[in-house]
Design a protein around this ligand. Structure first.
Ligand code: ATP
Length: 139
């Protein structure tokens, strides 16, 4: 069965939106296979965001992701990779569709990084890679 790696980023955790995000995942019908509150290490963030290294928002992104605890989850269910990204909404919270997590719960704070509450893997390959980063001891 398909799996995806979901993060409730530090803005979502800080604002008390973890339950709301997990509720939406469960209400959609996906199963929580693993769940953990963690402070991301620099090594985890470098691995997770390797594709963005060198981009203008990379440093602020890593700083933001280190700014407090986050929640890492593995979700399970047919189509959950695309399904969760649809529930999450598009990257920019200003224009993310109402009804989506980012559309309903996030906004532009005028910062150099988008604080958009959640991350979700974008392919089966990314999911496998990211699950190994956040759950190094297995599920
Ligand atoms: P995620 O991977 O977190 O689900 P995404 O796939 O929608 O989001 P990516 O392109 O992978 O977005 O970017 C990773 C994260 O970097 C975004 O979620 C956002 O927090 C930040 N980010 C991406 N693009 C920009 C940008 N142009 N300006 C500021 N921050 C950005």
């Amino acid at each position: 069965v398909e799996r995806s790696l979901v993060l409730v980023k530090p803005d979502g955790y800080r604002r008390g939106l973890t339950g709301e995000v997990l509720s939406r995942i469960e209400a959609k019908g996906y199963r929580l296979a693993a769940l953990s509150v963690v402070e991301a290490t620099p090594e985890q963030l470098a691995a997770h965001y390797a594709e963005h290294e060198g981009k203008p928002f990379y440093e602020p992104l890593v700083e933001f992701m280190s700014s407090g605890p986050l929640v890492a989850a593995v979700i399970e269910g047919h189509g959950c990779i695309t399904g969760f990204r649809t529930i999450a909404g598009t990257t920019d919270p200003t224009t993310a569709a109402p009804g989506s997590i980012r559309g309903d719960l996030a906004r532009d704070w005028g910062l150099t990084v988008q604080q958009n509450i959640v991350h979700g893997s974008d392919s089966p390959e990314s999911a496998a890679r990211e699950i190994a980063i956040w759950f190094p001891n297995g599920l």
